[in-house]
Design a protein around this ligand. Structure first.
Ligand code: MN
Ligand code: MN
Length: 296
């Protein structure tokens, strides 16, 4: 750790399935920021809950044939955050993410509210980086209650920074967001359309839109998944995707260009059976296995 990152990262936090392998290509970082959640707060507890759940699932990926227990994860700890200042936190998150990227690692971030993605992605170059967001919501609002760094504005801020965006699984959308998406050239495939098209056609559309990108970042707002599978989220929205469809799409689009992944918006106080945390851990495991299978 260099001094800058040491200042912001608490290495004493729990580790992903107890995994602390410095030589692993996969860095896991907890970002327990939960300041702008409008409905069901508690995502600050998700890094701990997902890391713990990861200790109780198999590390062998049947989908890819990759045994992640051979490679493990380098859990770098939690970003130390200011209790109320979102903009200071976004700078800290950006610094910590830059540090991990400079080491050549694949960064897996565990939120926290979706706003953390603004910080993690801003460490990448907007000129050649595309962002795929799975989300019930478009998060394209210019502001929410007069605040621009709300969790409802994440993709709007990244789009304004110059990142090329595409969104999947959406169904809780405002008219203002559709107008911005059309104006800014941000395609989105609603959850209903995903069901009609199927994972192959959806992934084909994503790969076409991202054909000019050198880096691809994937953000998974867990409310993209149906509340039947992921009840413990901050803003649940009915008629969502099923987890297998999300993994099928991810498997089909992951390639050597994929540089980072995050799981956000899990709210453990509302995850009464703990299944949302287990699903979050499973998603991380399968994404890492898919990366490994595409670029061994
Ligand atoms: Mn979101
Ligand atoms: Mn959402």
């Amino acid at each position: 750790m260099d001094e800058q990152a040491l200042l912001y990262v608490n290495e004493g936090s729990r580790q992903f399935a107890g995994s602390k392998r410095h030589n692993s290509k996969f860095a896991v970082m907890g970002i327990p920021m939960d300041i702008t959640s409008s409905y069901r707060p508690g995502s600050r507890f998700a890094p701990g809950a997902i890391r713990e759940a990861a200790g109780f699932i198999e590390f062998y990926s049947v989908r890819t044939g990759v045994d992640m227990s051979e490679f493990g994860f380098d859990d770098v700890g939690d970003v130390i955050l200011h209790p109320s200042d979102v903009e200071i936190n976004l700078r800290r998150i950006k610094d910590a993410a830059s540090f991990v990227y400079r080491k050549g690692k694949f960064l897996i971030s565990i939120g926290g509210e979706h706003t953390i993605t603004t910080g993690v992605v801003s460490a990448l170059n907007p000129e050649d980086t595309c962002v795929l967001s799975f989300d019930a919501h478009l998060d394209l609002r210019d502001e929410y209650m007069n605040y621009k760094y709300d969790h409802a504005c994440v993709m709007r801020r990244l789009s304004e920074m110059g990142f090329k965006i595409m969104e999947v699984g959406n169904r809780g959308i405002s008219k203002e967001e559709i107008e911005y998406a059309n104006k800014a050239g941000i395609p989105f495939i609603t959850s209903h359309q995903v069901k009609l098209l199927g994972p192959r056609e959806v992934s084909r559309k994503i790969l076409t839109h991202f054909s000019g990108c050198r880096n691809v970042y994937i953000s998974l707002d867990m409310d993209s998944i149906d509340p039947a599978y992921a009840p413990g989220v901050a803003t649940p929205e009915p008629e969502g995707l099923d987890p297998s469809t999300v993994l099928d799409i991810i498997d089909l689009i992951i390639d050597k260009r994929t540089v980072g992944f995050d799981v956000v918006e899990v709210s453990p106080p509302f995850d009464h059976s703990g299944i949302t945390a287990v699903l979050g851990a499973k998603m991380i495991l399968e994404v890492a296995a898919a990366i490994k299978s595409k670029s061994p």
